[in-house]
Design a binder for this molecule. Structure first.
Ligand code: PLP
Length: 397
């Protein structure tokens, strides 16, 4: 299956030697995604929601069709999807547009200890601005969350819980139901950072019952510069626009403006039109392959990798091995006596691309006492041979 897939990615034609194992950072793009964007620029390039002429109307139609595709993919309603630059911008938008108005002095925001900086820093600023407190669900030694402690942290002061669906460091999956049930018991809202989930598991925002969800297209075989923010209805009505400018208004006077409804009130200025069209093409491509088929393939490769790593005494896995075995798609490890950057450089000499560092989760790295680890993250085009070559190189370290 993966050979048939790999040939759809032009980068691997140019670099047939490349073993790309940094999919949690960004994924490669299939030809159909590139074609969809080139088609926009070469055939109907125009701004959207403005021109009463054919290319403008076609561009608008494609952009709005892209929104409908994202909505269908996440099982949301079309007007619950806001296009943002990436997951990071989606979180910043929620802290500004929702947090500033609904979180006050003495209120509590709960995060987890395995958040990416993108899901820490905006909340730190919100807490400092409004006088709220931040609390973190502890990560246990095996990399999973301590839900018992979490349940003791929840109180009527909890206004918002923001957590990653999958840790980009340990690969641990969050028990979303536990988080949402606890939040509902005190009337708190839940933001799910699905950056590491959407390319690996089917998402259903209605079943998950989260209030906000963010993801980036570039981790889903789509282009950079675009992501999606889901805002459950009717929450958007209680939220202020994030940026102000063209397109997001209904009526403007010298001293007042009447903003458009969601999602338009959150999309000020000219939007990343080609990227939205590319995002839609990426979702179409994934749906065609079957997200469950991709997930099964990745899990099989992960099992193969884990079983080999566990036989190497110089390697220590940083993460919940049992959970990774059943559904993981990324794993981090440290090599005894060797810095992670040196391991990555050594692998690069063999054309193997992995990530090394703190993975934008410095507080977790400090807690685990690991300043840097090596991360291998899988995508749909990885092959058994990719894993075999990697394992071979790691054995000979
Ligand atoms: C869990 C998680 N959240 C958020 C982000 C931020 O994504 P982006 O840089 O696309 O905004 C990342 C990126 O690696 C991530 O892994």
């Amino acid at each position: 299956m993966n050979k048939k897939i790999k040939c759809q990615f032009p980068l691997f034609y140019k670099h047939p030697e490349l073993i790309y194992l940094d999919n949690a950072a960004t994924t490669q793009k299939p030809q159909v995604v590139i074609d969809a964007m080139v088609d926009y620029y070469t055939d109907y390039n125009a701004n959207i929601h403005r021109g009463i002429y054919s290319s403008g109307e076609r561009a608008t139609l494609q952009y709005e069709q892209a929104r409908a595709t994202v909505a269908q993919f996440l099982k949301a309603e079309v007007d619950e999807i806001v296009f943002v630059k990436n997951a990071t911008e989606g979180i910043n938008l929620v802290t500004f547009s929702y947090g500033l108005q609904h979180v006050g002095p003495g209120d509590q925001i709960i995060l987890t200890e395995y958040e990416h900086h993108a899901n820490i820093l905006p909340w730190q600023r919100l807490a400092q601005t409004v006088g709220a407190t931040l609390a973190y669900i502890p990560v246990r030694d095996d990399g999973t969350l301590d839900y018992q402690v979490f349940e003791s942290m929840i109180s009527p002061k909890t206004k918002l819980i923001a957590c990653a669906a999958v840790s980009n460091v340990t690969g641990a999956y969050t028990d979303i139901k536990k988080i949402v049930d606890a939040a509902r018991s005190v009337g708190a809202r839940v933001l799910l950072d699905a950056a590491q989930l959407v390319a690996h598991e089917r998402v259903d925002v209605k079943k998950m019952d989260v209030d906000f969800l963010v993801c980036s297209a570039h981790k889903l075989y789509g282009p950079t510069g675009i992501g999606a923010l889901y805002i459950k209805k009717p929450l958007a009505d209680q939220m202020a626009p994030y940026q102000l400018g063209g397109s997001m208004v209904f009526d403007v006077d010298w001293h007042h403006a009447h903003y458009a409804k969601a999602p338009y009130k959150f999309e000020a200025g000219t939007q990343p039109i080609a990227q939205a069209i590319g995002f839609s093409a990426a979702i179409g491509w994934i749906e065609h392959q079957g997200i469950d088929v991709i997930a099964q393939h990745e899990h099989a490769l992960m099992q193969l990798l884990l079983h080999s790593l566990m036989t190497m005494p110089h390697i220590r896995i940083v993460g919940p091995i049992e959970q990774l075995e059943s559904k993981g798609h990324l794993v981090s490890f440290v090599v005894k006596g060797m810095h992670a950057h040196d391991v990555a450089a050594y692998l690069n000499d063999a054309h193997i691309a992995v990530r090394a560092g703190h993975h934008c989760a410095q507080p977790l790295a400090k807690k685990l006492g690991i300043d840097a680890s090596v991360r291998v993250s899988l995508g749909c085009y990885n092959t058994v041979e990719d894993i075999e070559v990697l394992v071979d190189k790691l054995r000979s370290l």
